[in-house]
Design a protein around this ligand. Structure first.
Ligand SMILES: Nc1ncnc2c1ncn2[C@@H]1O[C@H](COP(=O)(O)OP(=O)(O)O)[C@@H](O)[C@H]1O
Ligand SMILES: [Mg+2]
Length: 458
C-alpha cells in the first residue's frame, strides 16, 4: 500500500512504528525491523488481511493526529473528517464494511480509554438509530446520527500528547466512534450564541469561540450562581450542585424567552416522541440535555433535530438512581416548552394591550373627542415637539388614562403623512428613552404596545 498520498504518515516515518510503540508501551520486546518490512508477496491471505487492518488503523491514527478538535464534551472529543481526509485504500476498507464515505463523518474519541464504555456507547447509538430508522413516522421524530464504525486503535506518543492537550487522559489506545457528521449546532450552543448576540458580541468572534469560553461569558453576563460546596457530605454537595444548576438553567431559559429566542414546538415534540419511542423499547438516553440535541435552527420546524451522545444510554432509567448528576429524558422537553409557553403568554398579553388601547381610541372617537383633540395635539407637537412630549408624559405619569391617550396619539402621529419624518424619529427615540428609564415597569409595559406596532409595519 502506498503511504505517499498521505503526507502526514510520511512525516511520521522517523517516529517509532506502531508495532514498536505498542510493544514498548506494553513492555514487550520490539519486533525486529526486518519482520515489519516484509514484502507483500510473502504474505498469506490472513496476514494480508491483518496487514490491511493495521494499515487502516495507521490511517485512522494519522487522521486523528492531524485534525482540529471541532468540539469537546465531558467525555469525548469530536473531529470532522471530509471525504478528502480518507485515502483511496482506506476508503476501500470502509466500503467493505458497508460504509460509504461520501458526506464525511464525525469521529468521537473517548477521552478515557475504556473498551467496554466505547463498545456500549456504539451499540446504544446503533439501537437508537435503528429504532428511528424503522419507525413508521420518521418525520415526526428526532434523527440519530448514522453509526459508521467502532474501533479501538493504538496511538503513538505524539497522538496521545496531542489529544491530551484537549483534556483527554489517554495512554496507548483510544476508542473511536465514527458516525454521520451532523450539520448545525447543539441547543446549548444555539442558546449561548443567541445570548452573546443579544449582548452585542461580534458574531465573527463568537463563531471562533469554544464552548467553554461561551459558557464562561454567558455565565458572567447572566449572573449564574456557583455551588458553594460547604455541604458536609458528598451527597449533599451533589444535591447543592444540582440545585444551583437547575437555578442557572432557569435564569438561562427566562433570559431566552424574555428576549424571544425562537424554538418551534414541533421540534420539541420530535424530542419528546423520540424519547418516548426509546422508552417503549427499553432504551433510556440518560443524558438528554441541550448539549446533546443538535439542529441547524431551533425555530425552524423543517430544520431537522438530532439526538446525539449515547454515552450514558442503557436499558434502564438511570437519571434518579445514578450517583452522578444526570438529566432525566423528560426534563429538556419541559425546559424548552417553558420557553414556548412564556412566549405565548407574552403574545397573549401583547394582544390584550393592543385590544385595550384600540378600543380606548374607539371610545374617544365615538364621543367625538378624538376629532377635536388629535388635530390640536398634532399642532402643539408640531410647534414644539419636546415641550409637548415632556408635558404629556408628565401628565401620563400621574394618570393612566392620560398615558394611554398619549400612546394612541403618538401611534396615530407615527402613521400620519402630515407629520415629518424627522419628527417621527423624535417620537421613536422619546418612546425608547422612557421605556428604558422606567423603573417601576408600568410605562415600560404600556409602551410595549409599540413593539407590536413595529411588527405590523415590518
Ligand atoms: N455527530 C456529530 N456531528 C457534529 N457534532 C457533534 C456530533 N456529535 C457530537 N457533536 C458535538 O460535540 C459535542 C460533544 O459530543 P458528545 O457526543 O456529546 O460528547 P460527550 O460525551 O463528551 O458529551 C456535542 O455537544 C456536539 O456539539
Ligand atoms: Mg454530550
Amino acid at each position: 500500500m502506498s503511504m505517499e498520498q498521505f503526507p502526514v504518515f510520511t512525516q511520521k516515518e522517523e517516529l517509532p512504528t506502531l508495532a514498536e510503540e505498542e510493544s514498548r508501551l506494553l513492555g514487550g520486546e520490539v519486533a525486529p525491523e526486518s519482520e515489519l518490512k516484509r514484502t507483500p508477496t510473502s504474505l498469506s491471505p490472513e496476514e494480508r488481511a491483518e496487514d490491511a487492518e493495521r494499515a487502516f488503523d495507521a490511517h485512522m491514527e494519522a487522521m486523528i493526529a492531524t485534525h482540529r478538535v471541532e468540539n469537546a464534551g465531558n467525555n469525548g472529543l469530536i473531529m470532522r473528517l471530509t471525504p478528502n481526509d480518507v485515502p483511496e485504500d482506506a476508503r476501500g476498507m470502509l466500503e467493505e464494511r458497508g460504509i460509504l464515505f461520501e458526506e464525511g463523518a464525525a469521529v468521537k474519541l473517548l477521552k478515557v480509554y475504556s473498551p467496554e464504555q466505547g463498545k456500549k456507547e456504539y451499540e446504544m447509538l446503533e439501537r437508537a438509530h435503528t429504532l428511528v430508522a424503522e419507525a413508521p413516522n420518521p418525520e415526526e421524530l428526532a434523527q440519530i446520527p448514522r453509526p459508521m464504525l467502532y474501533r479501538e486503535i493504538a496511538i503513538s506518543k505524539e497522538t496521545r500528547e496531542y489529544l491530551n492537550q484537549y483534556g483527554a487522559r489517554l495512554d496507548n489506545k483510544v476508542a473511536v466512534i465514527m458516525m454521520e457528521h451532523v450539520a448545525g449546532k447543539d441547543m446549548a450552543t444555539h442558546l449561548y450564541d443567541f445570548i452573546l448576540k443579544e449582548r452585542n458580541y461580534d458574531p465573527a468572534v463568537v463563531e471562533e469561540m469554544g464552548f467553554d469560553e461561551k459558557q464562561r461569558l454567558v455565565s458572567q453576563a447572566l449572573g449564574f450562581h456557583a455551588p458553594g460546596g460547604n455541604a458536609p457530605t458528598e451527597g449533599e454537595r451533589e444535591f447543592e450542585r444540582i440545585q444551583v444548576m437547575v437555578g442557572n438553567a432557569g435564569i438561562l431559559m427566562k433570559y431566552a424567552s424574555d428576549h424571544k429566542f425562537q424554538v418551534h414546538p414541533a421540534n420539541i415534540e420530535k424530542i419528546r416522541r423520540t424519547a418516548q419511542l426509546f422508552h417503549q423499547n427499553q432504551l433510556w438516553h440518560n443524558d438528554l440535555h441541550e448539549r446533546n440535541v443538535m439542529t441547524k435552527d431551533p425555530g425552524d420546524p423543517g430544520a431537522g433535530v438530532y439526538i446525539i451522545d449515547f454515552g450514558s444510554a442503557g436499558s434502564r432509567d438511570e437519571s434518579k438512581s445514578s450517583g452522578e448528576m444526570r438529566a432525566s429524558d423528560e426534563t429538556i422537553v419541559m425546559r424548552l416548552k417553558a420557553i414556548v409557553d412564556s412566549t405565548h403568554a407574552r403574545e397573549r398579553e401583547a394582544q390584550g394591550l393592543k385590544d385595550e388601547l384600540l378600543s380606548f381610541k374607539g371610545r374617544l372617537k365615538s364621543v367625538g373627542r378624538w376629532d377635536v383633540e388629535y388635530p390640536k395635539a398634532r399642532a402643539l407637537f408640531g410647534a414644539n415637539p419636546q415641550t409637548f412630549l415632556d408635558g404629556r408624559f408628565a401628565a401620563g405619569s400621574a394618570n393612566s388614562t392620560e398615558l394611554d391617550k398619549l400612546i394612541v396619539t403618538l401611534d396615530e402621529m407615527l402613521e400620519d403623512p402630515e407629520v415629518a419624518e424627522d419628527k417621527k424619529q423624535q417620537i421613536t427615540s422619546f418612546i425608547r428613552r422612557h421605556r428604558e428609564s422606567d423603573k417601576r415597569g408600568y410605562v415600560r409595559k404600556r409602551f410595549s404596545y409599540f413593539d407590536t406596532r413595529q411588527k405590523k409595519d415590518a
